[in-house]
Design a protein around this ligand. Structure first.
Ligand SMILES: [Zn+2]
Length: 413
């Protein structure tokens, strides 16, 4: 038996950083079992020679005693894992297995600074340690308010009420106490150097490169009417700016740039190709059936990363277009109250037909056009307005987005 508190507690330098490269949604007729890692990887794996694949799928092990549901599973020293829920502790644990660390509580452990934490406990308080009271372990910490943590003074308290017996290492079994021990870090790095060189993006320095992903969600692909054609766009947590380029990809060896939207500050979510409400043609003269390519470029101080997605537009069958009514476009006016000049701010998550006006409830003839009817691209907009020439009191800013109207008031002093 090893005593309490023997798990490594000194802090040390941990150079391992995970970079979430992309999130993909897969549609299947059957539920996928997260326990079937090989089949998940061969059916749905992405960039399997350079990225660890994590599946969000309930891992159910079929045993003689019936189904056993795991929090997560991973191939030890492999490149694939699955988790039942998005929990950083759990994900860290499974990825630690991929980097060669076996459980600290069973025979696969390889680090002396993450020992098996076991205890004997006289549970029935008869002064004798029976066999069933030997070599126990804590899976989680028992809350101090639990009656088992407040037994009669003559009986030994339950060790799982104390932090000392709660394993604090990444391949222990407690997602909330998942420190990497010195030995675990070393063995993971050794494993990466020997077997997973292609999985490293950068060694050393404080400047991990940004990473981009552009894809279509399955929901978009199954839409029956196409008023707009949208992409999910995202980048790693460390990018600063992004831009979008669209190419004619009829000749893939020499794509021709059609349009560019850039550089925008971080916050990429969605990019849509639309058109005007009056006709069923796609914007910028784009045509159905022609091969195109969208590129998402993200950058930070360390450099740029490009992700491409080829696509073919369907026929544009637009009857009623317009954003759903729950959108607010972050419309606001500042300063408010205003005296000389003010700025109207709004954010478009898509390409829309827009117009911005200012009106006054008491002076119906006053209709100031802050921005004329036009197609505006995805992005953030600031329009300066000369408030000093407006009527005093409450003014109303009207943002027209396709067929919908959004308003915000401000006071002219
Ligand atoms: Zn595990």
């Amino acid at each position: 038996m090893l005593g309490p508190g023997t798990s490594s507690s000194a802090s040390h330098c941990n150079p391992i950083r995970w970079v979430l490269k992309g999130v993909y949604f897969h549609c299947a007729n059957e539920k996928n079992n997260g326990y079937e890692l090989s089949s998940l990887l061969s059916t749905y794996g992405k960039n399997i020679n350079s990225e660890l694949n994590i599946f969000l799928a309930l891992p159910i092990e079929v045993t003689n005693q019936g189904p056993l549901i795991h929090g997560g599973v991973a191939f030890l020293r492999g490149t694939v894992s699955s988790i039942r829920a998005l929990d950083w502790g759990l994900m860290n644990h499974e990825l630690a297995h991929n980097l060669g660390n076996g459980h600290s509580f069973d025979g696969t452990r390889n680090c002396l600074d993450a020992p098996k934490l076991e205890f004997d406990w006289d549970e029935n308080c008869d002064g004798i340690i029976s066999n069933s009271e030997k070599q126990r372990r804590c899976w989680i910490k028992t809350p101090p308010s639990d009656p088992i943590c407040n037994l009669a003074p003559t009986c030994p308290n339950f060790p799982c009420c104390l932090d000392d017996f709660i394993d604090n290492n990444v391949v222990g079994n407690n997602p909330q106490r998942n420190a990497w021990t010195n030995c675990q870090i070393k063995s993971a790095i050794e494993h990466i150097a020997d077997y997973k060189c292609e999985f490293i993006q950068q060694v050393g320095g404080n400047c991990p490169p940004a990473s981009s992903v552009v894809t279509r969600s399955p929901i978009e692909d199954t839409k029956e009417s196409h008023c707009s054609y949208c992409f999910e766009i995202d980048g790693s947590s460390n990018y600063d700016q992004y831009k979008i380029e669209i190419y004619n990809n009829s000749n893939p060896t020499n794509p021709i740039l059609l349009k560019t939207v850039g550089w925008l500050s971080r916050g990429a979510k969605r990019f849509c190709i639309g058109g005007t409400n009056l006709s069923n043609t796609w914007q910028d003269g784009m045509l159905p059936g022609v091969p195109y390519l969208i590129k998402l470029i993200v950058k930070n101080d360390c450099g740029e990363d490009v992700n491409s997605y080829p696509f073919i537009l369907p026929n544009r069958t637009c009857s009623v277009s317009g954003p759903s009514s729950d959108k607010k476009f972050e419309l606001r006016v500042s300063p408010n109250p205003a005296f000389n000049n003010a700025v109207i701010h709004y954010e478009l998550d898509n390409s829309y037909e827009t117009k911005v006006m200012v009106s006054h409830p008491l002076f119906s003839s006053f209709n100031y056009v802050a921005s004329p009817l036009q197609i505006q691209e995805l992005g953030n907009y600031d329009i300066s307005i000369p408030v000093s020439s407006f009527f005093p009191g409450i003014n109303v800013v009207i943002l027209y987005v396709n067929n919908s109207i959004y308003t915000e008031t401000f006071i002219k002093q």
